[in-house]
Write a protein that binds this ligand. Sequence first.
Ligand code: NAD
Length: 468
Amino acid sequence: MIEYDLTIGGKPASTATSFDVLNPSTGEVAGRAPNATSADLDTAVAAANAAFESWSAKSDEELQAACEAVAQKIGEHSEELAQIITAEQGKPLNGLGSRWEMGGAGAWAGYTAGLSLPMKVLQDNNEGRIELHRKPLGVVGSITPWNFPVMIAIWHILPALRTGNTVVVKPSPLTPLSTLRLVQIMNEVLPAGVVNVITSDDKGDNIGGAMSAHPDIRKIVFTGSCATGQKVMASAAETMKRLTLELGGNDAGIVLPDADPQAIAEGLFWGGFINNGQTCAAMKRLYVHESIHDEVCEALVAFARNIPVGDGMDDNAILGPVQNKMQFDKVSRLVADAKERGQVLLGGAPGDGLFFPPTIIAGLNNGDPLVDEEQFGPALPIIKYSNVEDAIAAANDSPNGLGGSVWSSDIEAAKSIASRMECGSVWINKHGAIQPNAPFGGIKSSGVGVEFADEGLAEYTDIQVVFS
Ligand code: NAD
């Protein structure tokens, strides 16, 4: 049984009650997490506020060194955190699972530590000098989802620290344990109060809502669903908080007639099924030209058929269960509906517990729920098209605009189609490959702002212009 206290002001803080965290592979209790109240949140925000003055006064070199120390600690505890992620999230230790997530967390932490936003001189002549300075905001509230609990916490926390802010992080009630431990580990090398963690079962006080409205939190960085993102935006309005919102996607992939079905099959599979499809920028709709439709389907199914699905702790598992019942029910509903409308090429029937096999369904169109809704699970709809203009229009016919991809043997032709897709990232012959040196964010309903690289770092600062 994994059990941790909150960490507030550098010290363990207990709560009156706690809640169970289930292992999705077994349905058994993996651990228990503190059930914080709004009063606990206030204590955490006060601790972060108290730490801000001295943290924000540190030099750029000191902040960089502190973030490097955090990155080092994450590396040292990588296996321990991977085991906790698998226990609560369900993803396998191996493949593109929790060890891979921890590899990403370490890489992002190290890269972010090395970023910097130095003062810029905008003008320096006999009419005067103008300097642009980047100043930290204060306390940053980080609200994270359950799909990549540690990696997304790192995406939020490290740029906040690097720019001189302090943090209160609130993980999803479904995956709080790895973040509780992560913050303990960070506190071994950070001053008290610089990073604090609050967990809640979301059934009592609405901690996420209270964070979004909190007068002493200056920014919310939120990753989660569009519906919750809208609530965050509404409750942040009164205090004029800075916001970064990384929300849902319904990414389209377009396979052009000149693509090589065998060569792209593996990339198509992982584009759609990474983390069991529970990835914001996974490919959630695949448009395939009629001239190679059947070959692409065959090659994709042949690859997908051999992927072992099992308990995340099993060394042979490459995909695990769906993370939670609500998500499992959503995938089951969308697949049951799609079976009536199209042809099931693989999978299609729910398994035991929260296991759902990789499912591929052809013969679908825009307007079908599995195409229009974000399934966030292991079920990929395939749409046959005859005219590429129609495919682009269908791909863009979505309120979301997170990612997209074009698959072709002609990179330049693919790029010209990519430029017409309405999304924040477009990949050629791959999907969802994000990197710490490239800004990532959604357009349309998929979010506000970007994460990563200098552009992401800048979102944790206000500009002050000094005229002399
Ligand atoms: P969710 O919106 O249900 O929950 C996200 C977080 O918000 C959790 O910590 C939750 O406790 C908290 N929350 C709940 N109510 C709140 C409120 N009223 N105010 C503030 N916070 C509140 O999302 P989820 O189910 O955990 O995650 C899945 C969704 O996240 C999918 O839509 C997926 O596409 C999206 N996602 C997006 C990205 C991205 O970078 N764009 C990355 C991962 C996941």
